[in-house]
Design a protein around this ligand. Sequence first.
Ligand SMILES: [Zn+2]
Length: 291
Amino acid sequence: MAPQTSFICVTCGTNTPADTEGHPPSCCIICDEPRQYVRNGGQEWTTLEEMRASGKYKNAFVPTEADPEHMISIVTKPTFAIGQRAILIKTQHGNVLWDCITYLDEETIEFVKSHGGLKAIIISHPHYYSSLKDWSEAFGGIPVYTHVNDKQWVQRSAGDNHIFWEGGALDLLDGEIKVLCPGGHFDGSALLLWNKNLLVADTMMVAASRKSVSFMYSFPNYWPLHPDAVKAIWRHVRPYEIDNLLGAWLEKEIKGNGRNIIYQSARTYTEYMGHDASKFYDDDAKELAFN
Ligand SMILES: [Zn+2]
């Protein structure tokens, strides 16, 4: 048997290269830092081959509420690691995958191909790097975009097909898709804007009420994000028309009025944190005719 070249962290789902002897690395750098956690009982690893052979996992394909025809969630059942979804976006210029998941099998590849394949993968932040290299290769070595500010967290890149994009915004597919990097949760935390849908991942979290969003440095460990970072996120999305908001899990969607909801949420968050930001937000509200 060929030596194992990479291992998957069971807690975060990130694929990490094996050490020089084909053993799992000493730790998962994604989990071993304040935004994540090492599971109770210690670090555990698996492999994609092991997951497939177990027969335990399947990916489900679930039309989004926001646009069931053009945006389809791909999510692993039963839940694996963080449990996020990837979203297949069917644009006029071809398909892209927003964010990524660890599990990939023939059925998933066939499903995506039956919808026209994939032109690119764009990932919001390191917690969803998952099996990006395997996904890229499965669709012919398509480019994978992650922000250069988070380059240190890329454990197993897509090699020559890995694009570390720079700056605050990136246009893809003739400008039909815009990727934004307001930072916050990670320095390179990104958002994807397509057809007035803002795919927010963990850059902002769609709340359980589905009426607001919130912002965290660490979601599992409850570390809040500094209000200045929240203001920066608002100012970054302010220029755009935003209708629906889609988070990283199936039920995390808000239909309509997205930009106003981000505005109200950012303002409330800043005030709850004890920062007087009335002028900062009042000026914007006046200009945008928000109430
Ligand atoms: Zn991990």
